[in-house]
Design a protein around this ligand. Structure first.
Ligand SMILES: [Zn+2]
Length: 424
């Protein structure tokens, strides 16, 4: 602890305004209490968000209308960086395109990262103009994730306007390439090992509070053979038959009950170009998911074994092309200790205080996954109500972004600790 920090605490204690939470709360404890929400500067920040909520919704629309497919977040990122700079944050853009704004604490508190991904799944030529329909905003990307980007900027401004000083550093990141394997978040964590104590992804609808990581393996299975005209095809190595056989066999795998469970799907089929020949190449994709890393790997191995058998039965070559590999964070039992971490307990209390859904779940598929699998306490918090994400009919309920933005601010100051300025 630095001397100036100590002076502040001593001054605050003498004046009877001790910091609400100068140190990270102990394991098993929540850092939230109604005292935090009633703190005058917190009140001021929450009121500021409410008073400027119309502007926030306008900005949300503005952000959404800057196209930002994965890998092309630059322009949206530039807008976010400008806003962060205007609030006095230390702003930088890293090699992958993450926009990072640091708001220094006075020291002695935990460092928190808030991450809202900038990118969308929608191609660059998608019409992203926003249609306002009562309490609903409609546009591709409006829910996932421009809502969170707007919430994050509102939180930063409210902290500044209320002059809310925290003990811990707050690091705000507009992350790049979340939708294509959390690439921006992984890049930042790799480059900044040991920097953050907790990670809060701002992503997902208002609902449960995920603190785990759903492992997701995407694979292509390709079969190859010489091919042959239909007239001479009888008894020849057959890619289409191998493919059909492999898919049939995969769907006969019994998923064990419990152990975190698993789901999988064959989502794409490709191959062949004419009626009258054996395809030289036939392929299918598998999307396999589980929170249990052992189950995930054993199912992947079993799928590959069955593909190999099918290929052999039909005399064709096969190969696997690995796409996404998002590691699993563990089952509820594996994460029992994590469940009682102050991050999860505080989030549960804060979202409950705002009467928002607040049930922690040992799963998740956001930027927080990258933290979970590195052993960093990580959660994701919702941005608003909404639906049809990743589709052209995506929508969001704008009034619900107000309590969401207020809650995430209270979460930040509860965990990072509020430092009262010494009175003159
Ligand atoms: Zn998202």
């Amino acid at each position: 602890m630095t001397t100036s920090r100590l002076t502040l605490i001593v001054a605050a204690v003498l004046l009877g305004t001790a910091p609400l939470s100068a140190q990270a709360p102990a394991h098993g404890e929540s850092a939230f209490s109604p005292r935090v929400a009633e703190h005058p500067q917190v009140r001021q920040a929450l009121d500021w968000i409410e008073a400027h909520f119309d502007d926030q919704v306008e900005e949300w629309i503005r952000i959404n209308e800057i196209p930002a497919p994965s890998g092309m977040e630059e322009e949206r990122g530039r807008y976010v960086a400008e806003q962060m700079r205007a609030e006095g944050l230390e702003v930088s853009v890293d090699a992958i395109g993450n926009v990072i704004g640091v708001r220094r604490g006075t020291g002695g508190g935990p460092t928190l990262v808030f991450a809202a991904h900038l990118d969308t799944v929608h191609p660059i030529d998608t019409d992203v103009s926003v249609e306002r329909d009562g309490e609903i905003l409609r546009s591709p990307g409006i829910f996932d994730n421009s809502a969170s980007v707007a919430n994050m900027l509102a939180m930063i401004r409210a902290l500044e306007r209320a002059n809310l000083q925290t003990a811990g550093d707050l690091i705000f990141i507009g992350t790049a390439q979340e939708e294509v394997g959390l690439k921006g978040m992984i890049h930042w964590l790799d480059e900044n090992e040991g920097v953050t104590d907790m990670l809060i992804a701002m992503d997902g609808g208002l609902g449960r509070i995920p603190y785990g990581a759903l492992g997701i393996y995407w694979s292509w299975f390709h079969f190859h053979a010489e091919g042959s005209h239909t007239n001479t095809s009888a008894g020849r190595p057959h890619t289409a038959r191998a493919l059909a056989d492999a898919i049939q066999s995969i769907f006969e795998i019994e998923i064990p009950v419990g152990r975190g469970g698993a789901v999988y799907n064959v989502g794409m089929l490709r191959g062949g170009s004419v009626f009258n020949a054996i395809p030289e190449r036939a392929s299918f994709s598998v999307d396999l998911r589980s929170v249990n890393p052992i189950l995930l790997d054993s199912l992947q191995t079993e799928i590959e074994r069955r593909v190999a058998e099918a290929a052999e039965r039909h005399g064709v070559e096969w190969e696997i092309e690995e796409d996404n590999r998002m590691p699993a964070g563990g089952t509820e039992e594996d994460l029992a200790d994590r469940r009682t971490h102050p991050l999860i307990l505080t989030a549960e209390d804060v979202y409950g205080h705002f009467e928002l859904p607040n049930e922690p779940v040992a799963s998740g598929s956001t930027d927080a996954n990258a933290g979970v699998v590195r052993g960093i306490p990580s959660i994701s918090v919702g941005r608003s109500r909404g639906g049809d994400q990743h589709t052209l009919s995506e929508w969001a309920h704008w009034p619900s972004a107000l309590p969401a933005s207020q809650a995430v601010l209270v979460l930040a100051v509860s965990l990072a600790g509020i430092v009262d300025a010494p009175q003159p």
